[in-house]
Design a protein around this ligand. Structure first.
Ligand code: PXL
Length: 289
């Protein structure tokens, strides 16, 4: 039986790979949960030897062991939200999807469809794309692809706003309840970092805030999706959680610590030092199609 949960620190679980240099993966997720008063737990899918200069090697954890980690957390603690990160291969995606269903963990499931690390290393085998589309995406409360990931999930190119809408719809057609296509990478209607949201009810909006020119963006995808899961676990509505998560990542990128010789990590303290400074910088714009 689960003990009574202190509402102040709800339990959130990350299922992802590691980053010994601390900016991405499990390490970034746990720092984000901690900074936002979530009680962080983790199931490690792969040990990744990397730093800010790149990935050197990947050592996958046996699938059964990944399931057992998820089970150990779920049978003992009242998990209120889950985020998935690096899942690496097709069989692992199926194992994780099954565990999420078996342990009833999909209520607040944030799927970050991690494919490529900042330095270009592949974190998801090509053979795994179809499992991601068919097994895990359908369980998601929200999927958080960047533009290249959205192109893979939707099986199409995105070069303008119309194609971005079509791609978002194609991802919802796989069964996710909602999708946000993040604008940090290429196509964006403005100079701002503009994210595009669409859900099964047809509601759609963009979220934008000023783009920051920096190479210190290692782990931004992990950090953003971890923040989103934590705001959800605190009971925020999805749109409120998205505004806060965007403010969190904007703060984390704008106040980087200058660490490392390559793509440095973001700053997981910056948002909480002054949330009222960052939240108003995120502009939400409702769209009618
Ligand atoms: O942000 C994508 C990502 C996910 N998981 C791990 C990573 C990275 C990026 O470097 O290292 C373990």
């Amino acid at each position: 039986m689960n003990s009574v949960q202190p509402a102040k620190h709800p339990v959130v679980l990350t299922i992802a790979g590691t980053d010994p240099s601390g900016g991405a993966g499990i390490q970034a997720d746990l720092k984000t949960f901690m900074s936002l008063a979530g009680f962080g737990t983790s199931a490690i899918t792969a040990v990744v030897d990397q730093n800010t200069m790149g990935v050197k090697s990947i050592h996958p954890i046996p699938h059964e062991m990944v399931r057992e980690q998820i089970q150990s957390v779920a049978e003992d603690l009242p998990v209120r939200a889950v985020k998935t990160g690096m899942l690496h291969d097709s069989q692992l995606i199926q194992t994780v999807s099954r565990a999420i269903r078996d342990f009833d963990l999909s209520q607040n499931l944030v799927v970050d469809p991690v494919m490529v690390a900042k330095g270009g290393a592949s974190l998801l085998l090509e053979e795994a794309q179809e499992s991601l589309r068919q097994s895990l995406i359908p369980l998601a409360r929200i999927v958080t692809p960047n533009l290249p990931e959205a192109e893979v999930l939707a099986r199409m190119k995105i070069e303008n706003a119309q194609e971005r809408l079509q791609a978002a719809q194609a991802i919802l057609d796989l069964g996710a309840q909602a999708v946000v296509i993040k604008g940090g990478h290429r196509y964006s209607a403005s100079q701002d970092a503009e994210d595009f949201y669409l859900d099964q009810s047809g509601r759609s909006f963009t979220l934008s805030c000023p783009r920051i020119e920096t190479q210190h963006t290692h782990g931004t995808g992990c950090t953003y999706s971890a923040a989103l899961a934590t705001f959800l676990v605190h009971g925020y509505d999805l749109d409120q959680a998205m505004v806060s998560a965007k403010a969190y990542i904007h703060a984390a990128i704008s106040q980087t610590l200058g660490l490392g010789h390559g793509h440095g990590p973001t700053n997981h303290w910056a948002f909480q030092e002054n949330p009222q400074h960052y939240i108003p910088q995120v502009i939400i714009h409702e769209l009618k199609h």
